[in-house]
Design a protein around this ligand. Structure first.
Ligand code: KG4
Ligand code: ZN
Length: 378
């Protein structure tokens, strides 16, 4: 259906077959969780157009429902692709490549995004680039103009979202080392669950942050799981249980606002302490890091940002968090990761990527990405 309504236009300029995809704009799709997003980037990373639709169908359920997400992606994506091309003022034929988040994530959404992306790529006779969603978060800081002076490798990425909580050594395009991650909930998941206990809406992070501003944390001490332990794994489930225990006496529904605000403030302090401590350990594990980068929805939290900024400064390192729209799930990061991948392969003299055969995958560990740059596997 989408193909018949696309203005195909003139084909993109072709120099050598290896260069052709990166001499023309890249259209990128993100649909791995609950945001449907599309973007078009010029070969140098300039954003020509970006669109995002946040799904509201999950609100009554207090969290993302995979089946609802997949159906909403399917309903929205074809129109969103056309809208993004219109916004960029480009016919589809001007594209050099099409990219989509192909994992990790919710499989239904990944199938929709990769399916639409592959269909468009085939119709245009352009390569399809399967992008690892975590890799896309990891490389966002390198978008031209985002970090003053650029974001040269190696740097430490703290990824804190509703689905992920990891410290990653970003050593080069395709070269990532996971230093640690959560052993139970992701940080955003903990914010969302605590918000639910406090009777706030979903997603809970912004609501907890707003309530915490008026609260006194002192009367509500909470634990800091794994704080001070070697390594940089995270754990939030004990903290969540401790919040539930503090709230138990108010089970009858009469939760005074001052209590809710105090607990929200104490919880937020605990998260900042835990994450700050884990990041210090991660930096110890990565002495050559030149920069600390935070990404993911929880990186929007001002208390956490202030903590990360302070600890980076104490080590003489710059701290960067992309603007919120590029911190949360978006398609710009997917397009940029595709461009970085195409450039890195070209620099190594490898043939262009074409991932038409690569199936969407709910799990896609970052350490598998290096094989893309293995000349013997090309
Ligand atoms: O990166 P994101 O938009 O989506 C994925 O989960 O991939 O992150 C969403 C998460 C939610 O759990 C939300 O509650 C949390 O980020 N979040 C925040 C804040 N804004 C969003 N958590 C704490 N403070 C915030 N200001
Ligand atoms: Zn994400």
């Amino acid at each position: 259906m989408i193909m018949s309504s696309l203005p195909l236009g003139a084909p993109a300029p072709a120099e050598s077959p290896a260069q052709a995809p990166i001499l023309a704009p890249v259209l990128a799709i993100e649909s791995s969780c609950d945001d449907t997003a599309c973007a078009i980037l010029a070969p140098d990373g300039t954003i020509l157009a970006e669109t995002v639709l946040s799904q509201s169908g999950h609100i009554p359920f207090g969290g993302v429902v995979p089946e609802i997400a997949a159906r909403a992606h399917l309903a929205a994506l074809p129109g969103l692709v056309c809208q993004t091309l219109d916004a960029a003022g480009l016919p589809a034929g001007a594209l050099g490549a099409v990219a989509a988040s192909t994992g990790p994530g919710l499989i239904g959404g990944l199938i929709v995004g990769a399916g639409v992306g592959k269909g468009l790529a085939v119709a245009l006779g352009r390569p399809f680039i399967a992008v690892n969603h975590i890799e896309a978060h990891a490389l966002t800081a390198r978008l031209p103009g985002l970090v003053p002076g650029g974001a040269p490798f190696p740097y430490l990425l703290l990824l804190v979202s509703g689905g992920h909580c990891q410290c990653i050594a970003v050593e080069g395009v395709g070269h990532y080392r996971k230093l640690g991650g959560t052993i139970d909930d992701a940080a955003g998941e903990a914010f969302d669950k605590v918000a639910k206990m406090l009777g706030l809406g979903w997603p809970g992070g912004p609501a907890v942050e707003a309530l915490a501003r008026e609260g006194d944390p002192a009367p509500w001490p909470l634990p800091r799981p794994l704080h001070g332990r070697p390594g940089c794994d995270f754990s939030f489930s004990g903290l969540k249980t401790a919040v539930a225990q503090k709230l138990a006496p108010y089970d009858n529904g009469a939760l005074p606002r001052a209590v809710a605000a105090g607990i929200a403030a104490s919880f937020q302090d605990a998260v900042a302490d835990i994450v700050g401590d884990r990041v210090v350990h991660a930096l110890d594990m990565m002495p050559d890091a030149t920069l600390l980068v935070a990404a993911g929805g929880v990186a929007a939290n001002s208390a956490l940002r202030a903590r990360l900024d302070a600890l980076a400064q104490a080590r003489g390192l710059p701290f960067a968090a992309p603007p919120l729209r590029l911190c949360t799930d978006n398609a710009v990061m997917v397009g940029w990761a595709a461009i970085e991948t195409m450039r890195a392969r070209l620099a190594l003299g490898l043939p262009p990527v074409d991932d038409l055969d690569l199936l969407p995958r709910p799990r896609w560990p970052l350490d598998q990405m290096a094989s893309r740059f293995d000349a013997t596997a090309a």
